[in-house]
Design a binder for this molecule. Sequence first.
Ligand SMILES: [Zn+2]
Ligand SMILES: [Zn+2]
Length: 133
Amino acid sequence: MTVTGSCLCGQVHYVIKGSLVDADHCHCSKCRRQHGAAFSSYAGFDPGDFQWTSGEKLVSIYEESSGAGWCFCKCCGSTLAGSDDGEITSIAMGTVDGDPGMQPEKHIYVGSKADWYEIHDDLPQFQKRVANG
Ligand SMILES: [Zn+2]
Ligand SMILES: [Zn+2]
């Protein structure tokens, strides 16, 4: 499967030449601020499957000392991807074109959940990041 996506202004595009895996809704306070939303939704993929197909020079990374980063378009501010030590490791699912072929399987960092949001589904909830399987 091939997954494509883009930012709001349409200048940055990416392709993932493979299937998305291990997706979650992240309720951590960092993602909430970075997305300006109740939570973020990220999906992973096999290393090497990801490629920027246009606008890579517009992509900026806000990186913490831990190496965790959020990649966004400098023009429109769309958050496109998550990174670890500068390497793209996950994609922000809200930027995917059409059906990503899978759905998030869990909620993580639920201890940091926004007071104004209630989780109304039966997905498992975790206090931190966990890998599937
Ligand atoms: Zn943009
Ligand atoms: Zn988060």
